[in-house]
Design a protein around this ligand. Structure first.
Ligand SMILES: Nc1ncnc2c1ncn2[C@@H]1O[C@H](COP(=O)(O)OP(=O)(O)OP(=O)(O)O)[C@@H](O)[C@H]1O
Ligand SMILES: O=C(O)c1ccc[n+]([C@@H]2O[C@H](COP(=O)([O-])O)[C@@H](O)[C@H]2O)c1
Length: 201
C-alpha cells in the first residue's frame, strides 16, 4: 500500500467518504458533496474514485483519467479526490472502511451515498459490517427517494434511522446509524453523460 499523497485529517474531525465510479464525475457529485458538508456538518469530504464497482459489469475508464477529471469538477478547500482504494487493492467498501479506520484511528468517518445506492446496499459485500463500522449519510436523488426509503436496508435498519432534523449529529452517532436528507436534487448522471458522448456527431 502506498500512503503517499493520502489526505490529512486531524483527530476528532468528521470526514465524509463519497465512493463512486466517477465515470465521469459531474455536477451531481459536486452538489451532493456541498450539501453533505453543510447538512451533516462535515469537516471534509474525500472522494474515493473506485477501481471498479464490483456490481457493475462494464469496466470503467482508466482510474487516472477519472481522478484527473474529478479534480477539475470539484475544487473546494475541504474536498479531496483520491485513488485510495487502488492503493489498498480493494473495491469492496467494507474492506476500505476497515483499512481507513486502521490508518486514521482518531477520525470519525461517515459513508455518503445517493438514494439509488441505499436501495442496493443489501447487495454489497458484508453490508452489515459497513453499517456497524460507520454512520451512513444518504442524499436524495431524482427517482430514488421512495425506493431507498422502503428498500431492504431501510427496512432492516429502520430503528437506526436519524431524522433529517438531527443530521448534524450523524458523524458522532453510535453505529448503526443512517440519515436521509431531502436536499434540492440534481438530475446529473454519468450514464446520461456517457450516452451523450456516444451519440455526439
Ligand atoms: N445526481 C445525483 N444525486 C444524488 N446522488 C448522486 C448523483 N449522482 C451521483 N450520486 C451518488 O454519487 C455516488 C457515486 O455515483 P456514480 O459515480 O456511480 O455516478 P452515477 O451518476 O450514479 O453513475 P452511473 O450513471 O454510471 O451509475 C453514488 O453514491 C451515487 O448515488
Ligand atoms: O462493497 C461492495 O460490495 C460494493 C458494491 C457496490 C458498490 N460499492 C461502492 O459503492 C460506491 C458507489 O458506486 P457507484 O458505481 O454507484 O458509483 C463505490 O465506492 C463502490 O465501490 C461497493
Amino acid at each position: 500500500m502506498d500512503r503517499s499523497g493520502w489526505p490529512i485529517a486531524r483527530a476528532g474531525q468528521v470526514v465524509g467518504l463519497l465512493g463512486g465510479s466517477f465515470d465521469p464525475a459531474h455536477e451531481g457529485h459536486a452538489h451532493i458533496t456541498r450539501e453533505a458538508l453543510k447538512r451533516f456538518g462535515l469537516d471534509q469530504v474525500w472522494w474515493l474514485v473506485s477501481p471498479g464497482n464490483p456490481l457493475k459489469k462494464r469496466g470503467p475508464a482508466p482510474l487516472d483519467q477519472r481522478v484527473t477529471l474529478a479534480q477539475s469538477v470539484i475544487q473546494h478547500p475541504r474536498v479531496r479526490v483520491t485513488g485510495i482504494e487502488a492503493d489498498l487493492g480493494t473495491r469492496y467498501t467494507a474492506k476500505t472502511l476497515t483499512a481507513l479506520q486502521a490508518n486514521y484511528p482518531q477520525v470519525n468517518f461517515v459513508w455518503l451515498m445517493g438514494a439509488d445506492n441505499l436501495a442496493q446496499l443489501h447487495r454489497w459485500q458484508d453490508w452489515h459490517s459497513i453499517m456497524a463500522t460507520v454512520p451512513v449519510g444518504v442524499l436524495a436523488r431524482p427517482g430514488d427517494r421512495i425506493s431507498a426509503r422502503t428498500g431492504m436496508a431501510a427496512r432492516v435498519y429502520r430503528g437506526a434511522k436519524i431524522s433529517g432534523r438531527q443530521a448534524l449529529k450523524l458523524g458522532h452517532a453510535a453505529t448503526p446509524a443512517w440519515c436521509f436528507v431531502n436536499v434540492p436534487m440534481s438530475s446529473a448522471s454519468s450514464t446520461a453523460i456517457r450516452e451523450q458522448q456516444r451519440t455526439k456527431p
